[in-house]
Design a protein around this ligand. Sequence first.
Ligand SMILES: [Mg+2]
Length: 178
Amino acid sequence: MLSKLCPNLYVDSLHHIQLSHLKDIGIKGIVFDIDNTVTMWGSKEITPMTLKWLEDAKAHGFRVCLLSNNRKARIDDISLMLDIPSAKGFKPFTSAFRSALSLLGTSPQETAIIGDQIFTDILGGNRAGLYTILVQPMSTNEFITTRFLRRLEKTVLRRLACRGLLNREDCDLRNPTK
Ligand SMILES: [Mg+2]
């Protein structure tokens, strides 16, 4: 069970993810969580740095989509702002990730999920066979249920680190030599 909670890569933020690394390991599609991954929870402001990273990803030929558990109206607004389509479904259910893969037209092995939550983004992504990337949440503002889950996340991260599964820079279980 613990391995299903372990991200393949664990970085500070989107900006610490090398697009060339994703290309090197055969990634063609990227699924993005919204809240606290590309924008702060409850905010519609996208920083110029984040915007540039997303534009670079598109320019490098990656197929991209959003997958969020937030309200449809909020997801639609962000989707419109970023000009990135959104997949339907609720994480961590595998059906949500299947919907994203179908939107992107990529296989699980060719697809990465980037998100800030272990029990939704990472667990769901690992179960669906995607390359999972955990980022640090952009802010501490979030749903009350998420705040509760953060305590559990800390315990999981500690256990993963103790077992040598979690490398802060590179917890690449698919490519352990990288
Ligand atoms: Mg999030």
